[in-house]
Structures are given as structure tokens and as C-alpha cells.
Write a protein that binds this ligand. Structure first.
Ligand code: FE2
Length: 449
């Protein structure tokens, strides 16, 4: 029996295969672009390594894309077969993947946490639980998971920096900004290339309205991200968010075209419809357009992609963003097809993903279409019952904000003052920055007393 770099026993054909596995995990927690090459090396060293097949399935699932499901299912079946005679921890990894592939990411996170309780150095279980809990809107579970694991860690264990970065982000999403920034900066001192830690501190600055510092933070670190994956685009989006709040729309559009929607970049071309890229782009265009900024033909490219993803409901939080693109370009028939496909998916799917689609993604996505079509009162009526629940679609507070802006916009345009005030009170109560200092809410500040 071999041991990985953190001393966990694993089934593998050779020491080389285990080192190749460690290299993949390093790449995964480091948001590196060369994961496919690292996986190739792992399978070359051992085509029957059970955890390698779990990884293959996990990477397919991490795209949150229906087209990747067959790959994930096949990897899962292989992992289940190969782990029959493997370690219980490896069997649990295969079981977690099976739950995830089956549309029950909540069950998968529970299994990863179970693994962690017994093996707190299992960085794969830790990072997958962190990420999937994030996309289930569970920051407090993310934080508990970090705190439970880290008492068994020290900075001499490989992967410590990744744990710190996750601590920073979980603290930030739980509203503990001072501690989050401390942990994030410590992680960056540990590893200046750490994209997730850089991202956590960027969120602190976003939430605290420290826009100039945020711009300097991203610009000061971006030179380290040459080998980073699409999270780089998301950090460019964060930079654009600071510029947007400072009213520098030309800079926002320049970052849109050259930073997070740079179609000449091999990175973007590799995954032009990755959920995070679509969220970055659509949410920024919505914010700009709401302020009367001419965004040109930028919606068209997103709408073309949206049409290809009709019926794919694996990323609930992305669905309203796809709808923004279809609605903004007047593609009513496609928009109706998308809603019908969502209803079909929800009706035929008893899993958690199906439930989230039916209960949350559907009304919010319907509200987006109603809003763009000028049916503002209808948009408010559709969104009002789920305002307090839509965090379960996942995404950060900074990302969920676009949906709250949409609700406010609809309520103001429909003269539904009670609803507009309700939204303003929610925003004023939860966000450290006063609404008057936030571009998307300043127009409603008069509703507050
Ligand atoms: Fe973010």
C-alpha cells in the first residue's frame, strides 16, 4: 500500500502513480490550467488507480455541464468497480461521486465530510466539499469544515496554503471580514500564486467598499496568475466591479473585452460557456445596462451560447444569467423554450438539483424574462417568495447581488414601494456599505428611514 504526500494510504500501481496523483491534487487546489496533462500522466502511470477515476468524474462534474455527465457517469461506474477491494476511504470517494452524479450534491458533501472526520488530511475531500457547499449556498458549513480539519493540520503539511485560502473565503462569506482578510493575506504570503486566497481578499474589499485597495490588490497579484485557470477571469470581473462602483464604465468595458470575456484568449476559447465566465459576463452587462451604459452587441455572443445550453440545468445560479442574455437580445422563442426545458427537467428529476430548479431557479429565471419584457409587477410577484431562499442556488453575496438589483429595479418600475423598501432594508441590513455608496442601490436610499 502506498501513501500520498499527506500520508494517506491509497491504492495505486506504483510510487510514480501516487506522485502523479499528488501532482493533480496540487493543480486542482492551485486552479491550474494544465489539469488535463496532469491527469494524462496519472493514467499513464496507473490506468486502474481508483482515486484517479474519482478525480476524472469530479472534474467532469465541476464543469456543471450536462454534456459532461456521461463522462462523469462512466468514471463513477469504473471507480465503484475498482474500489470494491480498495480502502474504505476510497470507497467513500466513489460513493460521494455517485451521489453527485445522481444529482444529490448535498449527499456528496456529507460523505466528503465523513471522510474528513476520519482523515482530516484528505485534501481532495476537503476541497470538493468546500466548493460544492459554496454552490449550495452554505458558507457556514464551509467554515465548520475548515475549522474541523485545520486543528489536525500544520503549516509543514503540503497543501496548508490551500486550507488557509479556503478558511479566508469561508470567513468572508460568513461576514467575518477582518479574520478573512488576515487568513487570505497569510495564504498569499505562503504562496503568492494562490488564486483562491487572492479571491477571498478581493471579496472582503468588495463587501467593505474598499474599491481603490481592491484594484491595487488584483493588479498587484495578477502577474502571478499566468498558469491560473478561469478563476483569473473572475478576478478580472472583481476588478471591474470596483471600477464600476467608481463610475469608470470605460474601464469596466475594457476589462470585459480584454479581461474576463477576452475571446482571443486561449483560456476563454477553451471554455467559452463555463458557468463562472457566463455569470461574470451577464451580471456585468446587466449592471451596466441598468445604469444606461451602451454595452453594444455584447449580449449576442452570450445569447448564442445560451441557446446551445437550453435544457442544461446543472448550474442553477447560471440559469437566470443565461436568461438575461436571451431576453436582452429579444429571443423570445428561445427564452420560452428554455423555461419549458427547465420545467421538464424539474418534473422528471427528484434529486436535489431537480428540486432547486423547480423551487428557486425557475421562478427567478421567469422573473428575469418578465422584467426584460417590461412586466415588472410580474417579476416582483415571481421573485418575492424566493428572495430569502435564492442563496441556495449558490454564488457569493457579491454574485447574488445582481438578482437583488433586478428585484429592486422591477419593484421601482412597477411602483411597488413596499417591495422596493423591503429589498432596500435587506440590503442595508446585511451589507457593510451603505446603499447610498452603492451604485445599484443609491436610487432606493430615499426609501430608508
Ligand atoms: Fe468572487
Amino acid at each position: 500500500m502506498y501513501q500520498d504526500v499527506r500520508g494517506l494510504e491509497m491504492t495505486a500501481a506504483s510510487e510514480d502513480a501516487v506522485r502523479a496523483f499528488d501532482h493533480v491534487i496540487d493543480g486542482y487546489v492551485g486552479y491550474r490550467t494544465d489539469i488535463p496533462q496532469r491527469m494524462e500522466a496519472l493514467f499513464a502511470a496507473d490506468p486502474d488507480c481508483p482515486l484517479a477515476h474519482c478525480l476524472r468524474g469530479a472534474f467532469a462534474m465541476l464543469s456543471f455541464k450536462a454534456a459532461a455527465l456521461p463522462i462523469a457517469r462512466e468514471a463513477c461506474d469504473t471507480a465503484l468497480r475498482l474500489t470494491l477491494a480498495a480502502e474504505p476511504r476510497e470507497q467513500d470517494h466513489a460513493a460521494a461521486l455517485e451521489a453527485w452524479v445522481g444529482g444529490n450534491p448535498d449527499r456528496a458533501t456529507a460523505i466528503w465530510q465523513q471522510i474528513l472526520d476520519e482523515h482530516p488530511h484528505d485534501l481532495l475531500a476537503f476541497r470538493l466539499a468546500h466548493f460544492v457547499n459554496f454552490w449550495l449556498g452554505r458558507p457556514e458549513v464551509m467554515l465548520t469544515s475548515v475549522l474541523r480539519a485545520e486543528s489536525h493540520w500544520s503549516d509543514s503539511l503540503p497543501g496548508w496554503g490551500a486550507l488557509l485560502g479556503c478558511r479566508a473565503f469561508a470567513l468572508e462569506e460568513c461576514g467575518h471580514y477582518t479574520q478573512a482578510e488576515y487568513a487570505g493575506r497569510e495564504a498569499i504570503r505562503f504562496d503568492p500564486n494562490d488564486l483562491w486566497a487572492a479571491h477571498a481578499v478581493a471579496h472582503v474589499m468588495e463587501m467593505q467598499g474598499r474599491r481603490s485597495e481592491g484594484i491595487a490588490w488584483v493588479e498587484g497579484l495578477e502577474g502571478n496568475w499566468a498558469h491560473g485557470n478561469n478563476l483569473r477571469h473572475h478576478l478580472a470581473w472583481h476588478a471591474a466591479m470596483y471600477h464600476f462602483e467608481r463610475g469608470d464604465d470605460a474601464r469596466v468595458l475594457a476589462l470585459y473585452d480584454g479581461g474576463f470575456r477576452d475571446l482571443s484568449s486561449p483560456l476563454t476559447q477553451a471554455s467559452p460557456d463555463l458557468y463562472i465566465d457566463v455569470q461574470n459576463a451577464a451580471s456585468m452587462l446587466f449592471r451596466l445596462a441598468r445604469q444606461g451604459v451602451d454595452v453594444g452587441g455584447r449580449w449576442e455572443e452570450l445569447a448564442n451560447l445560451a441557446e446551445t445550453r437550453i435544457g442544461d440545468c446543472l448550474s442553477g445560479f447560471t440559469l437566470p444569467h443565461w436568461m438575461m442574455a436571451l431576453a436582452a437580445t429579444g429571443r423570445d422563442a428561445a427564452a420560452e423554450r428554455m423555461l419549458a426545458a427547465m420545467r421538464d427537467f424539474a418534473a422528471g428529476e427528484e434529486s436535489l438539483v431537480g428540486q432547486l430548479t423547480a423551487q428557486l431557479a425557475l421562478p427567478v429565471t421567469e422573473a428575469v424574462l418578465a422584467h426584460f419584457r417590461g412586466r415588472h409587477a410580474e417579476a416582483v410577484r415571481l421573485m418575492r417568495p424566493v428572495l430569502g431562499e435564492m442563496y441556495r442556488l449558490g454564488g457569493s453575496h457579491a454574485q447574488q447581488d445582481v438578482l437583488e438589483q433586478l428585484f429592486l429595479d422591477a419593484a421601482l418600475k412597477a411602483d411597488l414601494t413596499t417591495d422596493a423598501r423591503l429589498l432596500m432594508e435587506r440590503v442595508a441590513g446585511r451589507n457593510p456599505v451603505p446603499p447610498a455608496r452603492r451604485r445599484g442601490y443609491a436610487m432606493g436610499a430615499g426609501l430608508l428611514h
